[in-house]
Structures are given as C-alpha cells and as structure tokens.
Design a protein around this ligand. Sequence first.
Ligand code: GLN
Length: 237
Amino acid sequence: MLRVVVLYPDLLGTYGDGGNAMVLAARARARGVDVEVHDVTIGEVIPRAALYLLGGGEDGPQRLACDLLVDGGFVDRVEEGGHVFAVCAGLQILGTTFSIEGDASYRGVGLVDAWTTRGPTRSVGNFATLVRGRMMVGFENHGGVTELGDNVEPFGDVVVGRGNDGIVDGFRTPRVTATYAHGPVLAQNPWLADELLSAVTGQALAPWPSVADRLYVERCDAVSTRRSDVDRTGGRR
Ligand code: GLN
C-alpha cells in the first residue's frame, strides 16, 4: 500500500494544491497501485509515508504549519525514507529560513539549503518552467524570493513568471521536489505526476492517456507563447 500524506491541508490549502493528492491517487490506481491518501490536520501525528505533500498558504498559516512540522518530527519521517513534493509556502518551509509580510525572518525545517526573503513585488500570474526539457505550466502567487545553496539543484528554468528569482524555480534532491507552481500542478502536468509516482514506487508506469494530456498541451500554448511579453527577472536584475 502506497501511503500519501497531505500535510496540514487546513493551513496550506488555500490554493487548491490538495488536488495533487487526488491526481496521484487516480493515476496510481489506474496502474494497479494500491494507494491510501491521509490528511494530517492540526493536532494529528505525522505518520510514516512514502510521500508527503505540502501545499501553498498564506503567511500566518505558513508559519504555524512550519512550527507543527518541526514539533511533529517531519524531518525524521523524511530521513526514514519519505519523499516530499512541496508547492510555494511548502517550498519555503523546507528551507533554512523564510520571511513573511513585515520582513521578519523565521526558521524553516531545514531539509534543504535554501532561504526565502521578501521580493520587491508580489508575483501573481501564469507560470511556466522548463524541467529537463519538458514544459511545466501552472500559476504562481507569492511575495517570496528564494535563493539556493551552491550544492542545491533547481527544479527548473523559469520561462514565464518569477519562481525563485526570475531565473530558476524550486529545487530537487533525490527525494525532495519543490516548485512555486500551483494549478494544482500535478493536474495540469500529468507527466510530472507520473514522474513523481515512478520515483516513489520505484517502478516504471505504463502510459495512461486521458483528457489531461490534451489540456496540458492547451495550457502550454496559452502560457508559454507569450514569453516575449514577460519580464523574466521579477524586477530584480
Ligand atoms: N506566503 C508565501 C508568500 O507569499 C507563500 C504564498 C503561497 O503559498 N502561494 O511568498
């Protein structure tokens, strides 16, 4: 049984990222993989899982979620073998520090050498990132600018929008993937949902064509063809 845990959807659930769990479960079951999706809400214990999902959220709830993850031993659960897929506030929490409205800096869970400060403007709108040659589409809505330590690999190269800093988006380690893309991003990018499932299950997945493939192509056209109109620097450089 593949256990997928959605962490604090009651705090990090304002942007529809809970849909990522639904997509993973549907795509796994379609390939005969047994899945259990478990929401961990405030006050609940963080169980062992194959995959933890973190969504986006507003500043205050983001801080509280971070405290709960630290107190709940989240890093230990990951070090025991769990994979993580995180979006926006979730991404920021995984780093060493992040700042929210008012510029105060808070300690993150420290799973990855990445840190987030406030950008000059809020970045809201369509978003596209090139991930090892494949386009990932979504939308972003955040005030943070994220920097990566020298040894941390970005998840992708920004094509439209800001992501971390107008140049790259997110980060990836062997078991942790993080992006600024909402959408839900796994609904909009079926190839990414399958890539994540393959990494977590350790097995290749048979193709599973669906309407999501056509919608993905339409979103790519709608988002990335306007790249010449877009400031890729996020106003920073
Ligand atoms: N509160 C964070 C920011 O504004 C994250 C927002 C989000 O998750 N969309 O940068």
